[in-house]
Design a protein around this ligand. Structure first.
Ligand code: ATP
Length: 293
């Protein structure tokens, strides 16, 4: 049995705008994502067999489904289908990324499984072919195959890498609150009755500044933007408090990630980020130290 181990890093959104409501039901988005050195460990083993069988064991989260509802299992299934192969696939997951928090945990797990299987099968699929499988599975999964810093458009699956090298640290904080992605989009739809581009204009200016600063390996703190903050934060007292505390404790910027409810603060040094991380834990938040990578 051959085995490959992959890291499934979480991501944060440095910029997230919703530009349109599409006829296929998805929203058209424009987002800049950055991966962080904090995530799940995925170990994948394969063995040829007459019929395909996929098993998943999860350590660290006993509520996560381990059947076909789990994106990691769906990724393995689709990979085998597209490859025209049958195999026994065993996936072992050490789950650290908080679930449904706006950190793309599920997408990152699925991407890690695709990377692992493609290695195990001797790079059977080209980048383009693997991207197509990823896009079919979910909007963020193409980005998660590569991580680092990228602009993602369309429903998130059209990715352009941004070459930057930031020396920055994030503290990611979550209160005991839940926001499902569909509920966040509904809240956004109610706040902005139609997306004709006028809402986006506020973001666009920030996007240009953010992009230019990234090209200089810097992060212009005032240019971070997330359109969901206006729709989601008013209903999330804990996330609002965490965001305020991060700024009070010296973060150069603080912002909600994805559609929430996690928020992150940016720090220049690991020492400061660690200090604030422990402080927020003491105040009852789940808080994670994460270097941008
Ligand atoms: P995004 O930032 O891409 O919107 P998220 O971080 O908000 O994603 P996830 O943690 O990916 O959300 O979980 C969203 C849903 O997906 C949950 O309801 C969860 O049950 C389901 N799910 C399926 N597979 C996984 C997985 N491997 N890890 C986490 N959630 C998973």
């Amino acid at each position: 049995m051959k085995t490959v181990k992959e890291r499934a890093n979480a991501k944060i959104n440095l910029y997230l705008d919703v530009l349109s409501k599409r006829e296929d039901g998805f929203h058209g988005i424009k987002t800049v994502m950055h991966s962080v050195e904090f995530g799940d460990d995925i170990t994948v083993s394969v063995e040829p067999s007459r019929e395909s069988a996929i098993t998943l064991s999860v350590v660290g989260n006993k509520f996560l489904p381990t059947d076909g509802r789990n994106l990691a299992v769906r990724a393995a299934r689709l990979f085998l289908e597209r490859a025209g192969l049958t195999a026994t696939v065993n996936i072992r997951m050490v789950k650290r990324i908080p679930v449904a928090a706006g950190l793309a945990g599920g997408s990152s797990d699925a991407a890690a499984v695709l990377r692992a299987l493609n290695k195990l099968y001797g790079r059977l699929f080209s980048h383009t072919a693997l991207n197509a499988i990823a896009a079919e599975l979910g909007s963020d999964i193409v980005y998660c195959l590569y991580g680092r810093c990228a602009l993602c458009e369309g429903r998130g699956e059209i990715m352009t890498k941004i070459r930057t090298s930031l020396n920055a640290y994030a503290v990611i904080a979550i209160a005991n609150e839940r926001v499902s992605t569909p509920v966040a989009y509904r809240a956004l739809d109610e706040l902005y009755h139609d997306f004709d581009g006028s809402v986006a204009s506020l973001g666009e200016e920030k996007y240009k500044r953010l992009y230019n600063s990234l090209l200089e390996n810097k992060l212009d703190a005032d240019s971070l933007y997330n359109i969901f903050e206006g729709a989601v934060l008013p209903t999330c007292e804990g996330a609002t408090r965490a965001r305020a505390r991060l700024l009070e404790e010296g973060a150069s910027a603080a912002m909600m990630s994805g559609s929430g409810p996690s928020v992150f603060g940016i720090f220049d040094t690991a020492q400061e980020a660690r200090r604030v991380c422990f402080l927020l834990r003491g105040e009852g938040f789940r808080a994670y130290f994460a270097k941008l990578v």
